[in-house]
Each structure stands twice: as structure tokens, then as C-alpha cells.
Ligand binder design. Structure first.
Ligand code: AHR
Length: 629
């Protein structure tokens, strides 16, 4: 609260922005600019959209607390007071102070994305809590908002029972991605899984008073909802007040944020004023920790950290209201002298996989973790048996790269019952119960597909003629195959000149890539303009088939691939391949960090998404000698 007062005071005193400075020691004055910083080594700028809400205040407090551990670092905070133009201006002001890194949380993704893209060209940017459009930032930290909306919908269905109910949604803000995603998750689930109707969606701008006033007007007009779903607890409290003043009883209320303070979600649930909330971590502490890693140039940092939200109702609110200290009890008991990790590797199908296995072995050694690594030889049943064996051995943590998305419920329930946390490495799975796994560490495969598609779009810009494509997919029903197809299609479907001749189902191996391309050439011959292979190995196989057919890969038929291994770099260098999208196999260090965090009782993110690049022929030629795998 003190923080807000300082900000307001500064604003009243006539500063153009609510800007103030916080650091490990002494005061940092405006004259200490980038050129004369004294003992200050790093200057971090933090731009808030609005420091009026409790969640944003908590985020700021976390940043302040964490930065106090770094004596050589100062932070400049700005508060745009819910004015988008002001926030753009704030960011320019922070840049003029010579900040080394920007942490930014936005309400309006549309208006703020361009300035953030500009800043990202100059310094690292962490987008915190509320997202921007696209990928022009160093790191995103925040919740999975679509999942948050989905969880709220499931709870709404639970609260309303079988009868068909009427729901009013109070959204955060028209142009906030966070609100858009929550709304999407909520609407989709209500439509798919219930007979309830969302009779109205209004914008509460994240503010209690606006939600309260607008709902009062709606209730006055005679509308009678059975449930109000508000995108945050402040607006949920506004909904409670509106209902009370309208003397309406029995209407269920769901909020989100889950702060433990006066009028915070936890206390509202405890007092029975609202029925459910979602603890959505602000990520303030995590942001500073990663900011320091970025400033210290720690290699292998991720691109996205997706934090885990927790559902809170009357049945479990006491657990979350308990002293926070008790939450940091390790979920791993002291079973062994050294931490024991069982890793069920899916196979040795590709160069990528070999690099991935090496990374896990060397990172475990470095971290002092006892690793039992077993290979399932690309056989799902064998992989399940390996996991069962780890449960029998009572390892501390199990990690695995699931061959396909389905078929894991049973064995993961066994692991859960045995109290062994499971980390998904590289590939995700389809299970209803999200508590069957603790964390996912890997790539955004949909984005990889999009990047492949975007390259093709820009490469084909000068032609209006049809572009005929052969797609060689990865293993059927595996996460990379499903998602890479989706991402690629999303882009090429925007222009009818891109024509998919056929999609073949492959298995990520050179042999299958060659075989399938041979078949494709037999059917379509030189009509084929482009091959999109879901990994480098299959692309390399396809290149061989094209050469055998007497055509020039990379020239007569363009080759696009995913992984960016050294063998693909070599093909790019020789102009036989045209483009590869990086899929980072070096997941070992992040995995070992997660295992250690679990041991130390630190809640690990729900998803850790790796940072990745793309490479054309020119870039591959330049970086060939540095490529490690
Ligand atoms: O799951 C990652 C994929 O699996 C890689 O892209 C592919 O090469 C591997 O076999």
C-alpha cells in the first residue's frame, strides 16, 4: 500500500508518469542516468498498466522484495493508471533513463505490442502476467489463461448442477489478451459440457466499482442470473455487492486472483461471499530471478514460463489460508541419499533425440542427481512398463518423453498414488486430470509449425501461381506431429494458392522420410514445389529421394524442416535444404532445476517453454561451426 501512496504523491507533484525508483541501497536520482550510475550495475524498468488493483500491487511488491537481494541493481517503476497512451509514453521514458531490461505487464495487447517489439530490438524484455501478441520478447511469465477460464467453467457446471442456468460473465478488459483467453476457455467449456447459457458478457475493466455499477443496472432491468463469473476477485466482490443491494440471494459467484489479504479472493471464499477463486501467481518474484539470469547472460533460458493456478473453494480454502511457510514443504520425501530421477526416454529415432538424451545425462551429472535412464525403443507399452518399474524402485521423480498424446492415465495414476511427481519432457499428453503431471518442459510445437508456414509465405510472395506442398508428418498422435501440422495449416490456409497435395504419416526417421517421399514423387512427380517435413531426419530422407528421382532438392523442390540439427545445417549450407525451425533438445539443465526445486519445496511452473530460433541457408552457413548437435 505504501508503494501506491508514493506513486500517487509523485504524480500529484507533477511528474509526467507515476515513476519512482527502488534499489538495494540509498536513493537513485534522476541525474544518475545511464552514464553516471555510481555503484549501480543494472537498471531495470518496470511498466505497470495500472497499480490500482490488488493483484498488480502484489506483483509490484514481489518485484521490490526480490530486487532487494541484488545490491547492484535498481528498479524504476511506472504506473500508467489504466491509460494505454500513457503506458506507451512510460516505456519511452524508461528507455530514456537507460534501462538494461524492461519488465512489462499490459492491459491492452493491441496498443502495447508495437512499442514492446521496438524495445525488444534494443534490450531484453520480460512480459509479465498479461501477454502481448506474437513472440517479440525475451521471456513471458504468466498463467495459462485459457485453462483458467476452463477451470472456472467446470466449477460453474459443478455449482449449477444439471438444471440449465443463466450466467453473466464480467470480463477484465476488451483488448486484454488475458481476458480474451479466459473468456475463450470459459465459453468453450460451458458450450461443450453443459446446458447453461451465458446470457451476457460485460467489461468490468478489472475494477470492483465498474463491475458493481454495471451489474446493478443490469439487475435493475430484471435480468436474473444464477451465476456470475468475474475475471478477477475485485470484480467478483463488486458482483457480490450488486447482488446484495438488489436483494438477490442464491446467485453463485466465481472470481480469480486468490490473494490472501483483506477482500482478497481467499478471504472472500472463506467468508462465503464468493464460491470459488483461482490463485493466479503474479510471477513478480520469478520475473526478477530470470531478469538477473538474463542480465548475467546465463545460457539456455526459456521463452515462456507458465505458472500453475490453484482452484480454491470452501472445501480447501483453509489449506491456502495457512501460514505460507508450510506451503514450501517438499513433496519429495527423504527416501535416498541422492535425489533419484527415473527418465523413460521414448527412443533413439532421430539426431534430435540423441542430443536430448546426451543433454539429460550430462545435466544430471552436473547437478549431482542420480539418473536411471531407460530407453523405450519407440514403443509405448515398453515406456509404460519402464515407468512402472521406476514406481517399484520408488524413485524421487519420474520424467518421460511420451511417444503419443493418449494412453497415460492408468500409469500416471499409479505414480500419483505412490506419491511420485511426474515431469513431462519434450512432449505433452492428453489427460483430463491435470494433477497427474507436475510440469511440462519443452517447445511450443504449434509455433514451430507457424514459423515454417510463415517462411513459405514470405518465400512465395512474388508468385501468384499455386504452390504444391507435400507434408511428411511425425508419429501419428504425437504432440509434435499434431501441433506442427496445426501451426503450419493455420498460416498457409490464409492463402488458397498454397495447396497441400498430400500429408503422409511418418515416424521422425530418415528411412521413413525417404520412403514416403519416394511414394510422393511417384504420384505427383515434379508437380511438387515444397516439402514440409516435421523433423530434420525425415527431411534428410526426403532429400535423398528427390536426388534419386533426378531433381535438385532445395532448388526444384524446396525443403522446409524442424529441429535445426547440425546435419540440417550441413544440408542448408549445401543449398539442398531451404529452412529449418529450431526445436531445442537441450532440456537437461531445466529438467534438473525443476527436480531440485521440487525437492526444495519450490512450486515449479506448469509449463517451461524453451527459446528457439529459425535458420535459412545464409544463417546456417554462418553458424555451422558453432552448432553443438
Ligand atoms: O518431440 C520432439 C521431436 O521428436 C523432434 O522434433 C524429433 O526429431 C524427435 O524425434
Amino acid at each position: 500500500m505504501r508503494l501506491r501512496k508514493v506513486l500517487i504523491k509523485l504524480t500529484i507533484l507533477g511528474t509526467a508518469v507515476g515513476l519512482f525508483i527502488f534499489g538495494g541501497f540509498g536513493e537513485f536520482t534522476k541525474s544518475q542516468t545511464a552514464n553516471s550510475r555510481g555503484q549501480v550495475k543494472y537498471l531495470i524498468g518496470v511498466s505497470h498498466p495500472n497499480l490500482n488493483g490488488p493483484w498488480q500491487i502484489q506483483m509490484n511488491q514481489e518485484i521490490k522484495n526480490e530486487i532487494s537481494h541484488h545490491k547492484d541493481t535498481r528498479v524504476l517503476f511506472t504506473d500508467a493508471a489504466q491509460n494505454d497512451e500513457q503506458q506507451v509514453q512510460d516505456i519511452h521514458t524508461l528507455m530514456s533513463y537507460g534501462i538494461d531490461l524492461l519488465i512489462v505487464s499490459v492491459d491492452n495487447a493491441v496498443k502495447l505490442t508495437p512499442v514492446i517489439t521496438e524495445v525488444y530490438k534494443k534490450i531484453p524484455v520480460i512480459v509479465l502476467g498479461r501477454g502481448v501478441k506474437g513472440y517479440d520478447y525475451t521471456l513471458y511469465i504468466g498463467s495459462d489463461n485459457q485453462l483458467n477460464g476452463k477451470m472456472a467453467a467446470k466449477e460453474a457446471i459443478n455449482l449449477l448442477g444439471n438444471k440449465s442456468g443463466q450466467i453473466i460473465e464480467v470480463k477484465g478488459n476488451e483488448e486484454s489478451l488475458q481476458a480474451e483467453e479466459r473468456s475463450k476457455g470459459f465459453h468453450e467449456t460451458i458450450q461443450k459440457e453443459s446446458n447453461h447459457t451465458i446470457i451476457r458478457s460485460i467489461n468490468g475493466n478489472w475494477l470492483k466499482d465498474k463491475a458493481e455499477d454495471d451489474l446493478k443496472t443490469i439487475l435493475k432491468s430484471g435480468e436474473r442470473p444464477n451465476l456470475i463469473y468475474a475475471h478477477n476477485d475485485a470484480m467478483a466482490l463488486g458482483a457480490y455487492n450488486a447482488l446484495k443491494q438488489s436483494r438477490l440471494e442464491g446467485v453463485k459467484i466465481i472470481g480469480s486472483d486468490g490473494l490472501n489479504e483483506e477482500n482478497g479472493g481467499l478471504q472472500l471464499v472463506k467468508k462465503g461471499l464468493i464460491d470459488a477463486t483461482y490463485i493466479t501467481p503474479t510471477g513478480g518474484t520469478t520475473a526478477v530471478q530470470y531478469a538477473m539470469d538474463i542480465l548475467h547472460k546465463v545460457p539456455g533460458l526459456p521463452k515462456k514460463i507458465i505458472l500453475r493456478d490453484h482452484e480454491v473453494t470452501l472445501s480447501n480454502v483453509d489449506f491456502y489460508l495457512k501460514d505460507r511457510e508450510s506451503e514450501s514443504i517438499s513433496i519429495i520425501q527423504n527416501k535416498h541419499k541422492r535425489l533419484k530421477l527415473g527418465f523413460a526416454q521414448v527412443g533413439s529415432e532421430s539426431e534430435w533425440r540423441l542430443a536430448n538424451t546426451d543433454s539429460i545425462i550430462s545435466a544430471a551429472k552436473e547437478a549431482g542427481i542420480e539418473l536411471i535412464l531407460k530407453n523405450a525403443d519407440y514403443n509405448q507399452q515398453k515406456q509404460i512398463e519402464i515407468i512402472r518399474d521406476f514406481i517399484k524402485q520408488d524413485v524421487d521423480v519420474i520424467a518421460f518423453s511420451p511417444k503419443t498424446e493418449d494412453g497415460w492415465e492408468e500409469v500416471l495414476k499409479e505414480a500419483k498414488n505412490a506419491g511420485i511427481p511426474v515431469i513431462l519432457s519434450d512432449r505433452e499428453i492428453n489427460v483430463d486430470d491435470q494433477t497427474l503431471w507436475t510440469s511440462f518442459i519443452g517447445s511450443d510445437f504449434v509455433e514451430e509449425g507457424r514459423r515454417a508456414g510463415k517462411w513459405l509465405v514470405s518465400e512465395s510472395e512474388s508468385t501468384n501461381k499455386a504452390v504444391h506442398i507435400i507434408e511428411i508428418e511425425g508419429t501419428a498422435n504425437s504432440a509434435p506431429a499434431v501441433d506442427r501440422k496445426q501451426g503450419f495449416n493455420e498460416i498457409i490456409q490464409q492463402n488458397p494458392k498454397f495447396q497441400l497435395l498430400k500429408s503422409y504419416s511418418g515416424d521422425f526417421t530418415v528411412g521413413k522420410g525417404k520412403k514416403l517421399m519416394k511414394e510422393a514423387l511417384k504420384t505427383y512427380g515434379s508437380k511438387i514445389d515444397v516439402v514440409y517435413a516435421h523433423n530434420d531426419d525425415m527431411a534428410l530422407g526426403a532429400i535423398q529421394a528427390v536426388e534419386d528421382y533426378g531433381l535438385k532438392p532445395g532448388v526444384d523442390i524446396k525443403i522446409i524442416s524442424i529441429d535445426a540439427t547440425i546435419k540440417a545445417f550441413n544440408s542448408l549450407r549445401l543449398a539442398k535444404m531451404n529452412f529449418t525451425v529450431e526445436c531445442n533438445p537441450l532440456l537437461g539443465p531445466q529438467l534438473m532445476k525443476a527436480v531440485k526445486d521440487l525437492k526444495n519445496g519450490i512450486e515449479i511452473p506448469q509449463r517451461i517453454i524453451t527459446a528457439e530460433e529459425t535458420f535459412d541457408q545464409k544463417q546456417a552457413k554462418k553458424e555451422f561451426n558453432e552448432r553443438a548437435y
